[in-house]
Ligand binder design. Structure first.
Ligand code: SF4
Length: 255
């Protein structure tokens, strides 16, 4: 923890955050708190421990509408049997379905993996592409998975935006986005160059576990005193409005 950041946190206690924070300090606070929280709560799922673009892409296909615990039980078996996209491309679809049967949705997943393997083998010689544009042009791959492959698989700075992250950002900033992608611009500002993987894992985990869709657990959240939703729920409308304006300005920051 840097001295400057600690001082920033101390200054926030008992005072209006937007009176004491500049935009740069707010960005630094959000980054630092999320990264520190994630380092304490990071869970060693197989695709997080041994990371490669291939593992991240396979994990994201398997994680659709399925719990992490269920995928963790099947992941090693699958990647041992199919260690790259060539092996998926060359396998009969019936074999892929069989390998995925324990996870459910096996027909859809096998079909998507075969389509992905075809595109990656034919266009990229079996290597998962390393640019945002090429990733989102792959069958069934959207901004969330593209960001995950870049940040976690390739170690490149990129935003990772799923519906849980979008809900957290809605509450944190007070911004009502019309569609998921509206938060991408804000996230490109917030994601740090260093530690972007912990930051992205932290946002995903906080969004899933703490800023829950049914009810946010603000008392356990490291962002509670710089959160528009939290301040409003405590009746601190003036501070909430002030912070809302500060978050809004992040999207239009000139660097
Ligand atoms: S303080 Fe509450 S509403 Fe705000 S981000 Fe954290 S959990 Fe979500």
């Amino acid at each position: 923890m840097s001295g400057r950041s600690s001082a920033g946190k101390d200054r926030l206690r008992g005072s209006s955050s937007c009176q004491v924070l500049s935009r740069e300090e707010l960005i630094e606070e959000v980054r630092r708190r999320i990264i520190e929280w994630e380092k304490r709560h990071w869970a060693p799922y197989p695709w997080r421990v041994k990371r490669s673009p291939y593992y991240i892409l396979i994990a994201e296909v398997l994680l659709k509408r399925t719990t992490r615990q269920a995928v963790a039980r099947e992941f090693h078996k699958f990647v041992q049997r199919y260690p790259d996209f060539y092996s998926i491309h060359n396998a009969p679809i019936g074999d892929i379905e069989k390998a995925l049967r324990n996870l459910g949705l096996y027909r859809q997943r096998a079909k998507q993996l075969k389509e992905l393997a075809k595109a990656i083998v034919e266009k990229y010689n079996g290597e998962v592409p390393d640019t945002w544009e090429n990733l989102v042009s792959l069958p069934g791959i959207g901004p969330y998975t593209a960001g995950a492959v870049l940040s976690f698989g390739y170690g490149k700075k990129a935003p990772v935006l799923d519906s849980n992250v979008a809900r957290l950002l809605t509450r944190l900033t007070g911004k009502q986005a019309k569609k998921l992608d509206d938060f991408l611009r804000l996230l490109w500002e917030l994601v740090p160059d260093e530690g972007h993987d912990y930051f992205n894992y932290g946002l995903i985990d906080l969004g899933a576990v703490i800023c829950h869709y049914r009810q946010p657990y603000c008392d356990k959240c490291p962002l509670s005193d710089i959160c528009v939703y939290r301040l409003r729920s405590e009746g601190k409308e003036e501070e909430a409005k002030c912070l809302e304006v500060l978050y809004d300005s992040l999207e239009h920051r000139v660097t």
